[in-house]
Design a protein around this ligand. Structure first.
Ligand code: G1P
Length: 287
């Protein structure tokens, strides 16, 4: 088996963000900040650290702040330069010419449909998918790429969640376990309470083979009446290697208000500049 190197990553960012209204009425949810960095930047940095070369955003109406965020801001740069301020925080998010690539998902038909909208850009190559509302600290994609370079095929994140949360996620039916790798026998999107075969969920990090796009050419509606990525990739099980990968690091579900606040608190406490002030305040507040 030849393992094609991973060069491209798809970021589905067309979602409406209704869970965060009113914050997301006129602002993309991916621009919500954890301390001082938007969620999307954490995800893009995670991909770049993993050696990804081509960033592909699947975007939609009302999301132009995302495009501007990864572009040059002449006004800001000129003003900061004139004031003698360092440009490092805005220069390092510039992408090489031609990246990111933006494609549109015109209608919110589901994650599978969003990923399929990038098919022409992905072409006949393996690709990663990163869901930016899942914030990972510790280099999840980098660890996945290292594992992928050994086993190839399809590799999806696999993390344990409490049993009462399994109906919120894609759930893996595990086979043989080998260190951080778990053979995937089945993956089921949002199984009903009490029917999950495990509590191993897939947290929005995927390395997939291009054949999944062919499956999505003939989409089927799944959980929630949406075209699910989970259902399409499940069809590759048994035909191509398919593993879950358990990450050594911290996950914050920033698609959820409590998870988002937890991420802000944890990352603020870990910061050299504000950590001690925040810690003192948190102690006082809880006392
Ligand atoms: C999506 C995926 C699901 C995955 C989850 C991770 O669900 O469909 O398989 O477990 O992301 O956050 P969503 O959060 O879009 O409902």
């Amino acid at each position: 088996m030849t393992i094609k190197p991973l060069r491209k990553a798809v970021f589905p960012v067309a979602g409406l963000g209704t869970r965060f209204l009113p914050a997301t009425k006129a602002m993309p949810k991916e621009m919500l900040t954890v301390v001082d960095k938007p969620l999307i930047q954490y995800a893009v940095e995670e991909a770049l650290e993993a050696g990804i070369e081509q960033i592909i955003f699947v975007t939609g109406r009302g999301k132009s702040a995302l495009e501007d965020h990864f572009d040059i801001s002449y006004e800001l740069e000129a003003t900061m330069k004139a004031r003698g301020k360092s440009l490092s925080l805005i220069e390092n998010i510039r992408q090489k010419p031609g990246s990111p690539v933006y494609v549109r998902q015109q209608e919110p038909l589901g994650l599978g449909h969003a990923v399929w909208c990038a098919r022409e850009i992905v072409g006949d190559e393996p690709f990663a998918v990163l869901l930016p509302d899942e914030l990972m600290v510790g280099g999840f994609m980098k660890q996945m790429v290292e594992a992928y370079n050994k086993v190839g095929g399809n590799l999806i994140g696999a993390l344990e969640v409490p049993a009462e949360e399994t109906d919120k996620y894609g759930i893996i039916t595990p086979g043989k376990i080998d260190g951080r790798l778990t053979e995937v026998l089945e993956v089921i999107e949002k199984p009903k309470q009490g029917t999950a075969k495990s509590n191993l969920m897939t947290p929005g990090r995927y390395i997939l083979q291009p054949e999944v796009m062919k499956i999505l050419d003939n989409p089927v509606k799944g959980a929630g009446g949406e075209i699910q990525l989970t259902d399409a990739m499940a069809q590759l099980i048994g035909k191509q290697p398919f593993h879950g990968f358990t990450f050594d690091g911290q996950r914050y579900d920033c698609g959820d208000k409590a998870g988002f606040i937890q991420a802000n608190l944890a990352l603020a406490l870990a910061r050299d500049d504000i950590g001690s002030v925040v810690r003192a305040f948190a102690k006082e507040l809880l006392a």
